[in-house]
Design a protein. Sequence first.
Length: 281
Amino acid sequence: MRIFTQLHELRAYLKGQKSAGATVGLIPTMGALHKGHLSLVQSSQKANNLTVCSIYVNPTQFNNSSDLALYPRTLETDKNLLEEIHCDILFAPDNTLMYVEPPKLRFNFGHLEEVMEGRFRPGHFNGVATVVSKFFHMIEPDKAYFGQKDLQQYLIIKQLVKDLSFGVEVICHPIIREESGLALSSRNARLTPEQKINAANLNQALLKAKSLLNQTTIEAVKQAIKDELAQINDIQLEYFEIVDGDDLSTVTDLQKHRQIALCIAAYLGKVRLIDNEFLFS
Ligand code: AMP
């Protein structure tokens, strides 16, 4: 695996490879890699000649300084994991490369950023759109891979690509989970063993909500899930929403949507986790 920390070196290498006909897949990550990230890398390897995984803990997408400070950083282990699966390139820039000065550009994605993550993490998607735009300019990938776990992020990136005519195909990859159903997340490393067991209730609640939707009203399902989670020690629900899977509008009639997503965010102690399930398979 080639490791780049300098942009001019990465660009020179990619230029040579692209002029020889190579296609490039990009997986932007913040490191602390797990099997979810690695599955994105493996999808890219199947569809592109060269796979670039970026690792950069992007400060502009954190609205909470302690979340940024406590975000796990495991670069040496990450390098080994990427080596093991034969990833071609790791791009690991630092803050001085990514942000010479604080960016002045501001994005506005309207409703897409006003709900769920955007509502509870003001400025988050502005930071995400900024850093992903930078990576798209730096690497000019043919395809870029994002996880369904961050569904709202995926929809925002698709909008970004459409609005700014980036020549990249954005691909959504299914959520990789533990056997318990807990969605893999770098933040799981901060959970105590007991919190980790409790955290599996988030996915169980989503699955229960899915089956309840066949039996009762949307409002009743939302209330049932809220009541159920309120009884579990150490889980503080932030939101549970049932939204259109394409534009995140509120769902009032299940029949009127191509896809519907059930989305949840909750704290286990100080660790904030998110998860979602699509209603239709
Ligand atoms: P992160 O490092 O958390 O920014 O995640 C980098 C990419 O990996 C994002 O596109 C995430 O949606 C994706 N990802 C994170 N967790 C999972 C998972 N459990 N399964 C699949 N993709 C994931």
